[in-house]
Design a protein around this ligand. Structure first.
Ligand code: CAP
Ligand code: MG
Length: 414
């Protein structure tokens, strides 16, 4: 039997519940129609190639079907047997692999996936998800808060831990490393771990509140595992991983170790924009968020609903997906970050609701009276916003919030 591109297009096909269904936006090359391009996408992302094949008898048909063409979007259904259970890199080598560079399309973007039970059940998913708020911090009624010391890199270990201490006693829950701080000579990982947890313990004792630290373990996989073990030994609750630069297979390995150790994972998405920024090409943030949930991160940056300094794709829709029912898999806590400051918090919570983590770097340390005051201002803004209390009213009893509002107002930074 010959296998040609035409075999991968069937507009009368109705996807089965067990199929993984992907939606792509495509721009066919000049010599292609939507139909011919769609059949090539289905073929190259499953079991086809450019040459017609004689498959013979001894063959299981793992072909995908392009079943819908709707304007510049197409739907492709993949049989679950195409995928190795629990192997995210293999799934992506199908649905976001060679097709991204195919000459039959000028551009192609993976927009969305519907994940069937059989594929979902291959993954562990998050160990905590949004229950970190209650299980780690014992708070239910407000977003948790985090800050990242600035400048991003270059602070000494001592200064980095001091900034954390100031933020914690000012009322924030989490100190977070920046995405490009790992184990450099000006601030070695092991020293930072020891000094920061020491500062954390003091801050906990002084405030009577639970405090935690998102230390960045990003590295090659073996080193990440060693650093993860070190975090558990130091009494940490979380590791932070730059999930896109690290790669999904490595994240899966870290997730397994975190399961053994009872640690949560904070996922920074640095480099996501290389995949998702151009609206006609790449992989959407929505899909990157879906992958993040399946491989089991607990917290994920999903943007500020357009309020902050960075371009955002549909923060609210992505957050809704992260919380949606997925065959009983835990949810993921969205992290809003990037140019946030206290004056933006009410608009942010109006868009996202309170079940998030509010993260601000410059919007804390750039406070006119420094980090501790900046932390007080952010905490006050969060507490007022969940009660729907206007910030100007709260500022009457929080001079730090008043100073932040005077400096930054309620505007998006540029
Ligand atoms: C924020 C941040 C985060 C970005 C990541 C930064 O600092 O530390 O990495 O928020 O973007 O380095 O820019 P500021 P996203 O609070 O000082 O802006 O959350 O969109 O992935
Ligand atoms: Mg950063």
């Amino acid at each position: 039997m010959g296998l040609t591109y035409e075999d991968f297009l069937d507009l009368s096909y109705e996807p089965r519940d067990s199929d993984l269904v992907c939606r792509f936006r495509i721009d066919p090359a000049d010599d292609q129609t939507m139909e011919s391009a769609a059949s090539r996408v289905a073929s190259e992302s499953s079991n086809g190639t450019w040459a017609a094949l004689d498959t013979g008898e001894d063959f299981t048909d793992m072909g995908a079907t392009a079943f819908a063409i709707d304007g510049d979007e197409i739907g492709v259904a993949y049989p679950p047997g195409l995928f190795e259970p629990g192997n995210m890199p293999q799934i992506l080598s199908c649905i976001a692999g060679n097709i991204m560079g195919m000459k039959a399309v000028d551009t192609i973007r993976l927009l969305d996936c519907e994940w069937p039970r059989e594929v979902v059940e291959g993954f562990t998913g998050p160990g905590f998800g949004s229950s970190v708020r209650e299980e780690i911090f014992g708070v239910e009624d407000r977003p948790i808060t985090a800050t990242v010391p600035k400048p991003k890199v270059g602070l000494s270990t001592k200064r980095h831990a001091e900034v954390g201490y100031e933020a914690w006693i000012g009322g924030l829950d989490l100190l977070k490393d920046d995405e490009n701080l790992t184990d450099q000579s000006f601030n070695p990982f092991a020293d930072r771990l020891a000094e920061s947890f020491d500062a954390r313990d003091r801050a906990q004792e002084e405030t009577g509140e639970v405090k935690s630290y998102l230390i960045n373990v990003t590295a090659d996989t073996q080193t990440m595992l060693e650093r993860t073990d070190m975090v558990a030994e130091a009494g940490g609750e979380y590791v932070m991983v730059d999930v896109v630069t690290t790669g999904w297979g490595a994240v899966q390995t870290v997730r397994d170790r975190c399961e053994e150790l009872g640690l949560a994972i904070h996922a920074h998405r640095a480099m996501h924009a290389a995949f998702d920024r151009l609206p006609h090409h790449g992989v959407s943030m929505r899909v990157l968020a879906q992958i993040s949930r399946l491989v089991g991160v607990d917290q994920l940056h999903t943007g500020t609903a357009g309020l902050g300094k960075l371009a955002n794709e549909d923060t609210v829709g992505i957050n809704d997906w992260l919380r949606s029912d997925l065959y009983g898999m835990r949810d993921v806590l969205p992290v809003a970050s990037g140019g946030l400051h206290p004056g933006l918090v009410p608009k942010l919570l109006e868009a996202t609701g309170p079940n998030i983590c509010v993260q601000a770097g410059g919007g804390v340390h750039g406070h006119p009276e420094g980090t501790e005051a900046g932390a007080r201002a952010l905490r006050a803004a969060v507490e007022a916003a969940v009660l729907d209390e206007p910030l100007e009213v709260r500022a009457q009893e929080s001079p730090e919030l008043g100073a932040a509002l005077e400096k930054w107002g309620t505007e998006t930074p540029r």
